[in-house]
Design a binder for this molecule. Sequence first.
Ligand SMILES: CC(C)(COP(=O)(O)OP(=O)(O)OC[C@H]1O[C@@H](n2cnc3c(N)ncnc32)[C@H](O)[C@@H]1OP(=O)(O)O)[C@@H](O)C(=O)NCCC(=O)NCCS
Length: 178
Amino acid sequence: MGITGLEPRHEAALRDFVADFRAAGEPNIPAFFQRAEWDHAQTVAHFDAWAQGEPMGWTLGTEDRFVACTTRFLEVEGTGELLGLFNFRHRLNAQLERFGGHVGYSVRPSARGHGHAKTLLREAMAFGRGLGLTRLVVTCSPDNVASARVIEACGGALQDTYFHDEQDTEICRYWIEL
Ligand SMILES: CC(C)(COP(=O)(O)OP(=O)(O)OC[C@H]1O[C@@H](n2cnc3c(N)ncnc32)[C@H](O)[C@@H]1OP(=O)(O)O)[C@@H](O)C(=O)NCCC(=O)NCCS
């Protein structure tokens, strides 16, 4: 297994990855910011542009609040199958500090329960170290037991829990020292 950015060669693998979530009744993939109308080349181009700091225009804030973000996939070497992904926000803004944090991740439903999310979060931690960060904020819902276990297994310490009005949900916020 290896970590990779999204490349032109991943077209069929990405289609299969998205279909896995749909088949499981999870059409919204956390941390995967793609628009249905984009073809593969446009998706690759957008991911590259956001990593360079070009505004996304939605989801992570308006232009003045935009934060550069990098998406990386966990890939089966050889077959090119995509198992999961993380989206790493290079810095926090006021919005991300309370919801979303530095990193979000998803593992395809058919590949869960094999430690892939822990691998992804550890890779995200390495990415953060590469940016010169010394600690990460990660948030999750108190109902998301699997995600909380992943965060704790990676050294996350619960900082606080609060109700987030915009998301209309309770949030657990963790710090991970790098
Ligand atoms: C959360 C998610 C990323 C976990 O992926 P995963 O690859 O199955 O996670 P891992 O195998 O690395 O570890 C999961 C841990 O949670 C536990 N777990 C998994 N499903 C669980 C469940 N339904 N209830 C309780 N614990 C669960 C596993 O046993 C494991 O803990 P352990 O190592 O102590 O045994 C995956 O479920 C997912 O993609 N969910 C949707 C997106 C999401 O919620 N992202 C996180 C946003 S904060």
